[in-house]
Design a protein. Structure first.
Ligand SMILES: Nc1ncnc2c1ncn2[C@@H]1O[C@H](COP(=O)(O)OP(=O)(O)OP(=O)(O)O)[C@@H](O)[C@H]1O
Ligand SMILES: [Mg+2]
Length: 247
């Protein structure tokens, strides 16, 4: 038995004759903060979609707690993208409440009384944790980019997922705001005991935040058929200093 939270065993992703990921074998320990780097098109977002359960591998298997992964929208995983994670027609509070719903299974519209009050209290606590209480009734268009990403984090975390997936979450933000977001994500990771998988183009960010850095790239390349081979984890760097510092 492995004590990994997530395990990928010989995972391949192919679109038609195009191989995007090949032979991905990884185990992700609970509580780790995995940074994922690699060139554009290496399959980093595809890798996140696999873990999110939005996409199934062409071959191989993905295990969560040793069992085959369930379909999307379980309470296990929350996700934040670079942009467009939040809904423009919902208020800040409405967006966080929406995080409690599952696609295709709206529950809050039907929540009344004590259950609804409890959901609102949870959402407000999450807004407080990300520093957005004051913006509770505003709409995303009224928020700065950094505030929108704080909101996206609150929306992802209100379900208390075990795994938080971040796809270049700070890529569109100014450097000063990024530093604030680094502090926030590090604090949320520690306080919520999360396992984080974060894709970034920023190598310094990858090493600053991660307890482990994974690089995806192609190991082999056919110049006459660039789609023939896929990428895999070519480097896997544990940052031991941090692991011991945080345990
Ligand atoms: N649904 C799909 N159908 C066909 N090809 C796809 C599909 N999704 C992704 N791809 C291809 O898979 C490859 C990897 O895409 P992916 O978005 O995972 O890369 P990435 O590493 O996240 O890149 P970036 O750094 O630019 O975000 C790309 O060549 C892309 O065109
Ligand atoms: Mg991507």
């Amino acid at each position: 038995m492995s004590d990994a939270l997530l395990e990928l065993k010989n995972v391949w992703v192919e679109y038609g004759d195009k191989v995007v990921l090949e032979r991905v074998n990884l185990a992700i320990a609970p509580g780790s903060f995995v940074s994922v780097v690699g060139p554009s098109g290496a399959g980093k977002s595809t890798f996140l979609r696999l873990i999110l359960g939005q996409e199934a591998p062409t071959k191989g298997s993905i295990l969560l707690d040793g069992a085959p992964m369930r379909a999307e929208c379980g309470p296990d995983r929350g996700v934040v993208f670079q942009r467009y994670s939040v809904f423009p027609h919902l208020t800040v509070l409405g967006n966080v409440l929406f995080g409690l719903e599952c696609a295709g299974a709206p529950v809050l519209g039907r929540l009344f009384g004590a259950r609804r009050r409890a959901a609102v209290a949870d959402a407000e606590a999450m807004l407080d944790a990300v520093g957005l209480s004051h913006a509770r009734d505003q709409y995303p268009a009224q928020l700065s980019g950094g505030m929108q990403q704080r909101l996206a984090l609150a929306q992802a975390l209100v379900k208390h997922p075990r795994v938080l997936l971040l796809d270049e979450p700070f890529g569109a933000l100014d450097p000063g705001i990024r530093v604030d977001m680094h502090e926030l994500v590090t604090r949320l990771w520690r306080e919520h005991g999360l396992t984080v998988v974060m894709v970034t183009h920023d190598i310094a960010e990858a090493f600053k935040l991660g307890t482990r850095v994974l690089a995806f790239d192609k190991r082999r390349h056919d110049p006459h058929a660039p789609h023939r081979y896929g990428a895999t984890a070519t480097y896997d760097v544990p940052l031991l200093r941090k692991i011991s510092a945080s345990s």
